[in-house]
Design a binder for this molecule. Sequence first.
Ligand code: GAR
Length: 204
Amino acid sequence: MKRNIAVFASGRGSNFIALAKEAQRGRLKGANLALLVCDNPNAPVISAANKLKIKTLLVNPAVFPNKKAFEDAILRHLKENKIGLIVLAGFMRILSARFVKLYKNRIMNIHPSLLPAFKGAHAIKDAFGYGIKITGVTVHFVDDKMDHGPIILQREVAVLESETVDSLEEKIHKVEHNIYPEAVNLFIKGRLKVKGRKVLITTH
Ligand code: GAR
C-alpha cells in the first residue's frame, strides 16, 4: 500500500513543487503526495497545488483561539487522509511537542544551511553575511526545537568569491530540490533508522 505524504508550506513552495513533480514522474515509488497544508492564505504555494491538482488544507492560525486548536484542526485532516509522513517545506511555524510526539520520526524538515550553523528563517542571508566559504542544505527529522532534530542528509554548497546572495540562494534551492526527494525516498523504502541523534541509512 502507498504511504500518504502531507507537505506543509507557508510561502513560495518550490520544494513542494519539486516533490510533487517527482511524485508525478513516478520517482517517489510507494508514496502518494496526498495533501498540502498551508498556514498562509496569501502563499503562492496554494495556486501551485491547485495547478498540480493536489488537495490543499488552508489553516489560518488567525481564526483559531490558540495553537492547540490550530494544530487539532491539522491533526484531524492528517488522520482523515491517513498521512504517514509529514514533509515541512518552508513551513515557518514551530510544531508543539505534543504534535511532534504524535508523529515521532515521521516529520522531516529541510533547512538551507549545514546545521547546526545558521538556524532560523534567514539562513542563506546570515551565512552569506558571515562570509562563509562553504554552506549547504540539511534534511532532518523534526523534534520540538527549531532546526534541531536528527540529521538525515546534508549536502555542501561552495560560496564563490563572485557569489551574490541571490546566486547563492539559487544554488541552494537547486540542491534542495534534489536532496529532499532523495530523503523522502529513503524514508519510504524504510531505510532510515533513528538511533538517538544519529540517523543510519540502511542498504535496503
Ligand atoms: C527553503 O529554502 C527551506 O530550506 C527554508 O525555506 C525555504 C522555502 O522555500 N526553510 C527554512 O528556512 C526552515 N528553517 P520554498 O517555499 O520555495 O520551498
